[in-house]
Design a protein around this ligand. Structure first.
Ligand code: F6R
Length: 365
C-alpha cells in the first residue's frame, strides 16, 4: 500500500502533484483558464460582510494562509481563530457573514462546535473537507472538496496542500464575483494554479539535499522557523510538522517579530529556517536574516535563485526552489518543509506514521 515508500507519510508527500492537480480540476476551468466552483453558493460573494474561519492544527494554518488571499484578491475582511478558542469566545458575527471551516477528517470536535455556533448566529456555512460523508460536510450549506484521497500518516501533508489549493480557487472565484479582479488578472492567477503540480514535482527532486540537511537538524534541540506574508503560516506549519514527528522543539514566528523576543534565543546551536521566496517582502526578511547571522545564528534558507543571490548572508544551507509567482508559492514551499520534518524524524529513527500521543482525528475536546 505504501508502494515503494517506507512510510505512508512519504507516499503522501510524493502524491501531492497528482492530488493537487486533481483538486484543481474542481476549482478551475482548465480549457478556458478561469475559476469555476464545483457548487452553487446559496449567497452572493458580493453581499458578504466578513469571512470567519476556524480550524485546528495544520488545517488552521491553511486557513491562515487563505486569509492573505481572500483579503488581497477579494478585498473581503477575514477573521480567523483556532477552533478551540473561537467556540467559547462568544464572538459577535455580522449579518451576511460567511463562516468557513477547514478540516481533513470533517470530524474534529472543536471545529464542529464552531460550525454549530456559527449556524446559531445566522452565518452562511461553508467547509473545506476531505471526507465528503463527514459530520462537518453534512452540516454545511456548501462543501468545497479537497481531493487528497485517504490520508493515513498522522501528520497531515497532502491534505494541507489540497486545502490550500481549494482555498486559492475559492479566493479567486470570490474575487471575480466581487469585481476585485480584472479578467486578465484572473487568467494570470489561474495559470499560476495550473502550474502548481509541475512546480511541486520539481520541489520533490530536492530530497537528497534535504536528507543532508536533516542529518544536521537531528542534532538540534530547538529549531526556529521564520517567514513573512504567506510564508508566516508556513513557518508555523514547518515547526508543527517537525515537533510532531521528530519531537524536536520548534517554533514558527513572523520574521518581523524576531526582535520583539525570539532573537534572544539565537546562538550557534539553534538552526533558524528562513522561508523566503523572492517576493515584495524579501528584503525585509533578508534583513532579519542578517540580524540572525550577526549573532552567530545558523541559517537554513529556503528561497529561489534570486533570493539566494540577494540574501546578504552565507547560510549554512540553502534550498533553492524553482521560480514562481509568490502568491501561491506556499503550496510549493510546503513540499521542502514537509520533507525536512520527515527526513529528520526518519534519520532519528522515529515512527513518522504513528507519532507518540497523537491521533489522526481529534473527536473529543
Ligand atoms: C498536523 C495534523 C493536525 C490536524 C488537526 C485538524 O499534522 O494533522 O494538526 O491538522 O488535528 O484535523 P482535521 O483537519 O481533520 O480537522
Amino acid at each position: 500500500e505504501k508502494g515503494n515508500h517506507h512510510h505512508f507519510m512519504a507516499k503522501e508527500i510524493y502524491e501531492q502533484p497528482e492530488v493537487v492537480g486533481h483538486t484543481l480540476t474542481h476549482y478551475v476551468d482548465m480549457a478556458n483558464g478561469v475559476a469555476r466552483l464545483p457548487f452553487e453558493t446559496p449567497f452572493d460573494w458580493k453581499d458578504l460582510s466578513r469571512l470567519s474561519v476556524s480550524a485546528c492544527g495544520t488545517a488552521y494554518y491553511a486557513g491562515l494562509t487563505a486569509k492573505y488571499w481572500f483579503e488581497k484578491l477579494a478585498r473581503l475582511p477575514v477573521e480567523i481563530d483556532v477552533a478551540s478558542e473561537f467556540r467559547y469566545r462568544e464572538a459577535p458575527l455580522p449579518a451576511n457573514g460567511l463562516a468557513l471551516f477547514v478540516s481533513q477528517s470533517g470530524e474534529t470536535a472543536d471545529t464542529l462546535a464552531c460550525l454549530r455556533y456559527a449556524r446559531q448566529e445566522g452565518q452562511h456555512i461553508m467547509s473545506v473537507v476531505n471526507v465528503p460523508t463527514s459530520t462537518i460536510a453534512r452540516e454545511s450549506d456548501v462543501v468545497a472538496p479537497t481531493l487528497a484521497g485517504p490520508e493515513i500518516g498522522v501528520a497531515s501533508t497532502k491534505a494541507f496542500t489540497c486545502q490550500l489549493t481549494a482555498l486559492a480557487g475559492l479566493a479567486i472565484a470570490a474575487a471575480r464575483a466581487r469585481g476585485t479582479l480584472t479578467a486578465e488578472q484572473e487568467a494570470a492567477y489561474v495559470q499560476e494554479l495550473i502550474a502548481l503540480p509541475g512546480l511541486m514535482a520539481q520541489a520533490l527532486t530536492l530530497e537528497s539535499e534535504i536528507e543532508k540537511l536533516a542529518r544536521k537538524l537531528s542534532r538540534a534541540r530547538d529549531v526556529l522557523y521564520l517567514g513573512r506574508g504567506t510564508a508566516f503560516p508556513l513557518a508555523l506549519e514547518g515547526a508543527l510538522k517537525l515537533k510532531e514527528i521528530s519531537y524536536i522543539h520548534a517554533e514558527g514566528y513572523p520574521a518581523g517579530e524576531l526582535k520583539h523576543g525570539p532573537i534572544a534565543l539565537i546562538d550557534e546551536d539553534m538552526p533558524v529556517i528562513v522561508i523566503a521566496p523572492h517576493d515584495a517582502l524579501f528584503e525585509k526578511t533578508a534583513s532579519n536574516m542578517q540580524e540572525v547571522a550577526a549573532r552567530g545564528g545558523r541559517i537554513i534558507l529556503i528561497t529561489d535563485a534570486k533570493g539566494a543571490a540577494e540574501a546578504g548572508v552565507v547560510p549554512e544551507a540553502t534550498i533553492i526552489m524553482p521560480e514562481m509567482d509568490p502568491l501561491f508559492a506556499p503550496i510549493v514551499y510546503a513540499v521542502p518543509i514537509q520533507m525536512i520534518a520527515y527526513q529528520t524524524a526518519v534519520f532519528m529513527g522515529k515512527d513518522v506514521d504513528q507519532p507518540r500521543n497523537l491521533a489522526k482525528s481529534v473527536t473529543v475536546e
